[in-house]
Design a protein around this ligand. Sequence first.
Ligand SMILES: NC(=O)N[C@@H](O)C(=O)O
Ligand code: NI
Length: 166
Amino acid sequence: MTVIAALPLTRKAFAPFGDVIEAEGAQSFLINNGNCRRFHDLAQVEATGDNARVLISLFRAKPYPAPVTVGMVERHPLGSQAFIPLSPAPFLVIVCPDQDGSPGTPRAFLTKPGQGVNYARGTWHGVLTPLGMEQDFAVVDRGGDGDNIEEFFFPAPYRITLPEPS
Ligand SMILES: NC(=O)N[C@@H](O)C(=O)O
Ligand code: NI
């Protein structure tokens, strides 16, 4: 089984696939008479197609045991999809470059607790993959008419390894 080593999630490394949602390194300004800091415009939300609208949902996701394997990735051709953790635990982010309409070799990232991601419209990604504990996420993605999911099953699954705890 081909092994993919997960790397720490950073804006720079994730930029070809979407946005990292976190306060660190974000532009911010004070609002509400100085009582609140707004970390502004962290991700590009897209919702296209007929009767498109932006949805906000909550996902309560069960953890995946190690070693995590990835046999399928998906993409949403009509909209972006953001996962914002409401629990202080890491999760695994799997993405693939597109190669003429099919996913290329997966890339794996391990989030720091609190980091979220926004998959850009059409980005190949693994399904939501919490680690260690059941986790709640706020999810911002696209609703509307049409089929907004395309799945690809790899000929053989990949095994994802995690970085040693620092
Ligand atoms: N299907 C669904 O709502 N979630 C997936 O798209 C996912 O990326 O986990
Ligand atoms: Ni998805």
